[in-house]
Design a protein around this ligand. Structure first.
Ligand SMILES: NC(=O)c1ccc[n+]([C@@H]2O[C@H](COP(=O)([O-])OP(=O)(O)OC[C@H]3O[C@@H](n4cnc5c(N)ncnc54)[C@H](O)[C@@H]3O)[C@@H](O)[C@H]2O)c1
Length: 241
């Protein structure tokens, strides 16, 4: 029996990646494609979707996820910009229904591994700085992935206070949990992150480059597969790898 999947935000850039990926996989059946003109609750009901993938916009994704949970379908949310309190509330709703779901701010496996390696490295190389580079259409800075990387680094090392004097404001980047994060926005770039770990006489560099959106397909497919086996809402693809 194939898993019935609805892709919400199907006309968007990520939706256009998710739709053919689901269609191409015999374990899945694409039962509906949602746009901003659809009533999501009705569409889930009518299509009988078991899993709903959401790639829409931050302002709507939280409400969409509530609708998906209320309908008893499994949310697989790729839309970014959820606030920590929103995630907590949605996790409580899923827990009450024993419903599996995934909110994955990043579906790229190289990014997930980069974060994991960064946390390992930070135990031995506590002096770290992050450079994240994205296309010029990206709205927020720093990227959610860079913030999460900084949090993971901060969690395993002693606090390193930044007390530099900036001649020009911002010269040392943003301080995320005392990890300097430098954001670059340029046309021609896609999604890239580099972490520099410095120590006496040596430098360790970790880097990931997402050159096109097909990089997200394995993560989306994995999430659609695993979500049916979960009994709670997981935040981050790393928890199901
Ligand atoms: N998790 C990941 O790995 C990953 C990767 C890339 C982008 N993203 C995120 O995915 C989201 C979508 O990115 P994109 O580049 O596809 O954006 P996009 O602007 O190309 O597409 C968004 C689509 O959602 C539609 N939409 C808006 N509100 C809607 C609603 N209420 N119901 C249904 N459809 C609605 C829009 O009409 C548009 O077609 C963003 O939040 C982005 O940051 C996540």
């Amino acid at each position: 029996m194939s898993i019935k999947i609805l892709v919400n935000g199907a006309n968007g850039r990520m939706g256009q990646i998710a739709v053919p990926a689901i269609q191409a996989d015999t374990r899945f059946e694409l039962v509906a494609q949602g746009t901003r003109n659809d009533d999501l609750g009705q569409l889930i009901k009518k299509s009988g979707a078991q899993v709903v993938i959401d790639f829409t916009i931050a302002d709507h994704a939280y409400q969409n996820t509530k609708i998906i949970i209320a309908a008893g379908a499994h949310p697989v949310i790729g839309t970014t910009g959820f606030l920590p309190d929103q995630v907590k509330e949605l996790q409580a709703e899923c827990k009450a229904k024993k419903l599996g779901g995934i909110i994955a701010p990043n579906f790229s496996l190289s990014v997930i591994l980069l974060m994991r390696f960064a946390q390992q490295a930070a135990k031995y190389f506590p002096h770290a700085e992050i450079i994240e580079l994205h296309h010029d259409k990206k709205r927020e800075a720093p990227s959610g992935t860079a913030v999460k990387t900084a949090q993971l680094i901060a969690a395993v090392r002693d606090n390193k206070n930044i007390d530099d004097i900036e001649i020009y404001k911002g010269a040392r980047g943003a301080s995320v949990e005392n990890v300097p994060v430098h954001s670059v926005r340029l046309p021609g770039l896609m999604a890239h992150e580099e972490i520099l770990f410095g120590a006496e006489g040596e430098l360790l560099t970790l880097r990931t480059d997402v050159f096109n959106r097909s990089a997200y397909i394995p993560g989306i497919v994995l999430a659609c597969e695993k979500v049916l086996t979960l009994k709670e809402l997981v935040y981050g693809l790393e928890d199901i790898l």
